[in-house]
Design a protein around this ligand. Structure first.
Ligand SMILES: Cc1cc2nc3c(=O)[nH]c(=O)nc-3n(C[C@H](O)[C@H](O)[C@H](O)COP(=O)(O)OP(=O)(O)OC[C@H]3O[C@@H](n4cnc5c(N)ncnc54)[C@H](O)[C@@H]3O)c2cc1C
Length: 535
C-alpha cells in the first residue's frame, strides 16, 4: 500500500466498486477501505448456514436499476434473469383459497386472474393505465440518471407534452401516491399490491405529505425503463464479485477489516487514519496506517461520515429504515392452500402476504404507535426457482430451495430498545403470516442444522445498521430522493457533492442513490473525471 492516492474510497459497497473501476480505468490510483471482512456491502452472498453449501443473497437480492451503460462500460459479465411469475397474492374468498397471479410471460393469465378476483376486467385495464404513468415517467427520466442534475422546473416542462405525461408528473411527482392509487384502482388487494413498491424499506403511508412513498415507488418502477426486477444469476454476490474483479483488474487496491480512526476533510490533501484488524481471530490493531488522497469518496451514508468529521448527523424523520429480512433454507417448498397453484409457480415471483391496502394502513398506524402490527405485511421470494446455481448440486438434487422474506412496517424504533426480543417476536409473526396460506407449516420445510436448529436467520433494522452502517437500518442509507434537482444550487451538479471540497458521496446517500444501481458510484467518478478532462 502506498501513502498517497488520487482517490481513497471509504467503504467497498457495490457503488464504491463502480466508482473505483471508472477511476482506475482512467489511470487514477485508487484505494478502498472496508470495515467488514468481505467486499460488496449490501450486495453480498454468504454461506449463511454453515452446514449447507448454499450462498444466499444476505441483504439485497433483485436487480432492476443497474444501467446497461455501466455494464457495457465496465465490461461486466452479469446475467440478470427474468422471473416467470411477477407476483402472487394469495387470498380467501367465500371460504375458498385462491390467488392473484400476475405473470411476466402471459398477459392473458394476469387478466384472467384479476377477473377471478374482481368479477370483471375493469381493474386489469385500470391497472394497465396506472402503470402506464410510471412507464411514461421512466421514459422521461431514465436516461438522465447518469447525467448532471436537471432542474425540477425543466423536468416538469419535459412532461408538459400530452395529457398522459402531465398526469404522470402530477400523480408521481406532485400529489401523494395514494390519490392516484385510489383514483385508478378499486380493489383493496390490487391497491395493496401496487402500494408495496412505495413502502419497501421505508416507513410511510399512501398519503404521506413528504412524498417519500412516491420516491420509493419511482425507484421501483423506472429501472432500465421497464421497472422489471430480475434475479442476478449466482446471487447478488456475483454482482459484487464482477465489480470487484473489474476494479482490481483496472488497478484499484483494497483493504478489508478496517477500523477508521480519523478523517481530515478540510486540508487540500485529505488524510485518513485507520487500523487493520487481524483477519482470523478478529483481535485488534495489527497495523496502523495513514493515507493521503486528493479526493475522498464516501460510500457509506452521511450518518457515518458525520461521526468522523465531528458534525452531528441531522436526520430527517423520513430517514428511518423499516425492514425485516428473513433468510431461510428449505428442504422442500411448502404446498399452498390455494391448490390450483403449484408452489413453484406461486413462489417464483414476489409472494405477497398481508399486504391489502387497508391492512397496510392499519399496520402503519400500529407501528407508528410503537408496537409490532397485528398482521405484518411481507413479501417472499424463492430465487432458486429462477436460478439454482447458488445451491450445491447435491442440495439441488434433493429439492432444497432458499427463501427470502422482506417485511414492511417494522421501523427501527420498534427494535431500538430491545432488539433480541422484538426480533424474535417479529420473526414469529412473519412466519405466522406465511402459514395462513400454506397447507403445512413452513417450519416443517426448513433445513435443519447439525445442532438441530432450523435454518432461518432474521435481520432487523438495528442488525442492518450494525452490519453495514445504514442509518437506522434504512436499506437506502437515508431517504430516497427525486431524480431531479430540487434546489437551485443542485442544478448541473452530480448530486454527489458534500460540504467539503473534493469529498464526494459515491453511495446510496447521494442524490439518485438508493438500491443496487451503481448510479451514484458512476456519477461520483464522473465528477472527478471531469476535473481531469476525461469526460
Ligand atoms: C435487506 C436489504 C434488502 C435489499 N434489497 C434490495 C434489492 O433486492 N434490490 C435493490 O436494488 N436494492 C436492495 N437493497 C438496497 C441496496 O442493497 C442498497 O441501496 C445498496 O446495495 C447500497 O449500496 P452502496 O454501495 O451505496 O452502499 P453499501 O452497500 O451500504 O456499502 C457501504 C459500505 O461501507 C462500509 N462501511 C460502513 N461503515 C464503515 C466504516 N466505518 N468504515 C469502513 N467501511 C464502512 C459497509 O460495510 C459497506 O460495505 C436492499 C438493502 C437491504 C439492506
Amino acid at each position: 500500500m502506498k501513502s498517497n492516492y488520487d482517490v481513497v474510497i471509504l467503504g467497498a459497497g457495490h457503488n464504491g466498486l463502480v466508482a473505483a473501476s471508472y477511476l482506475a480505468r482512467a489511470g487514477l490510483s485508487v484505494l478502498l477501505l472496508e470495515k467488514n471482512d468481505y467486499i460488496g456491502g449490501a450486495t453480498t452472498s454468504q454461506k449463511v448456514f454453515p452446514d449447507y453449501e448454499a450462498r444466499l443473497s444476505r441483504y439485497s437480492y433483485l436487480v432492476s436499476l443497474f444501467p446497461e451503460k455501466i455494464i457495457r462500460d465496465l465490461g461486466l459479465n452479469l446475467e440478470l434473469r427474468r422471473r416467470a411469475t411477477a407476483s402472487f397474492t394469495p387470498y380467501a374468498k367465500n371460504g375458498r383459497h385462491d390467488g392473484l397471479l400476475l405473470s411476466n410471460v402471459s398477459k392473458e393469465q394476469s387478466r384472467q386472474s384479476i377477473i377471478n378476483l374482481t368479477g370483471s376486467d375493469t381493474e386489469y385495464e385500470q391497472m394497465k393505465r396506472f402503470y402506464n404513468l410510471s412507464r411514461v415517467f421512466a421514459e422521461h427520466v431514465w436516461d438522465t440518471m447518469l447525467e448532471p442534475l436537471v432542474a425540477r422546473e425543466e423536468f416538469q416542462r419535459r412532461f408538459d407534452v400530452d395529457d398522459v405525461s402531465r398526469e404522470a408528473w402530477r400523480s408521481l411527482a406532485e400529489e401523494p401516491l395514494g390519490r392516484a392509487i385510489e383514483r385508478y384502482l378499486q380493489n383493496d388487494l390490487v391497491r395493496g399490491l401496487v402500494l408495496t413498491d412505495a413502502k419497501v424499506g421505508i416507513f410511510t403511508h399512501p398519503h404521506d405529505p413528504s412524498l417519500l412513498q412516491n420516491r420509493c415507488f419511482l425507484y421501483h418502477l423506472i429501472g432500465n425503463k421497464t421497472g422489471e426486477w430480475k434475479v442476478p444469476v449466482g446471487g447478488m454476490g456475483s454482482v459484487a464479485r464482477e465489480l470487484e474483479e473489474a476494479a482490481r483488474k483496472a488497478g484499484a487496491e483494497f483493504v478489508t477489516n478496517v477500523d477508521l480512526r480519523a478523517i481530515d476533510v478540510n486540508g487540500k490533501k485529505k488524510t485518513v487514519e485507520f487500523e487493520v484488524r487481524q483477519n482470523a481471530s478478529g483481535t485488534r490493531a495489527l497495523l496502523s496506517q495513514t493515507v493521503e488522497a486528493r479526493f475522498l469518496f464516501v460510500n457509506f451514508g452521511r450518518n457515518v461520515l458525520a461521526k468522523f468529521v465531528g458534525k452531528p448527523y441531522q436526520p430527517d424523520a423520513t430517514d428511518e429504515g423499516s425492514v425485516f429480512k428473513i433468510n431461510m433454507l428449505l428442504r422442500r417448498l411448502p404446498n399452498l392452500k390455494a391448490k390450483k397453484y403449484p408452489a413453484a409457480e406461486a413462489f417464483c415471483g414476489t409472494f405477497h402476504s398481508d399486504e391489502g391496502y387497508e391492512q397496510m394502513n392499519a399496520s402503519y398506524e400500529q407501528a407508528s404507535r410503537g408496537r409490532l402490527p397485528d398482521k405484518t405485511p411481507c413479501e417472499v421470494y424463492c430465487h432458486t426457482l429462477t436460478d439454482n446455481s447458488i445451491l450445491a448440486p447435491e442440495l439441488r438434487q434433493k429439492g432444497f430451495h432458499t427463501m427470502t422474506l422482506f417485511g414492511l412496517d417494522t421501523p427501527w424504533s420498534l427494535f431500538a430498545k430491545n432488539n433480541e426480543t422484538t426480533r424474535k417476536q417479529a420473526e414469529t409473526k412473519f412466519i405466522e403470516s406465511m402459514n395462513q396460506w400454506l397447507a403445512e407449516p413452513l417450519e416443517d420445510c426448513f433445513a435443519v442444522a447439525q445442532n438441530g436448529g432450523l435454518c432461518i436467520e432474521s435481520k432487523s433494522p438495528v442488525d442492518i445498521e450494525e452490519a453495514l452502517g445504514m442509518y437506522h437500518g434504512n436499506i437506502f442509507q437515508d431517504a430516497l430522493t427525486f431524480p431531479f434537482a430540487e434546489r437551485k444550487e443542485q442544478v448541473g451538479r452530480w448530486g454527489v457533492e458534500t460540504d467539503y471540497e473534493n469529498v464526494f458521496l459515491c453511495g446510496s446517500s447521494a442524490r439518485r442513490g438508493g438500491a443496487v444501481s451503481g448510479i451514484p458510484g458512476h456519477n461520483a467518478a464522473m465528477k472527478v473525471l471531469e476535473v481531469f478532462g476525461h469526460r
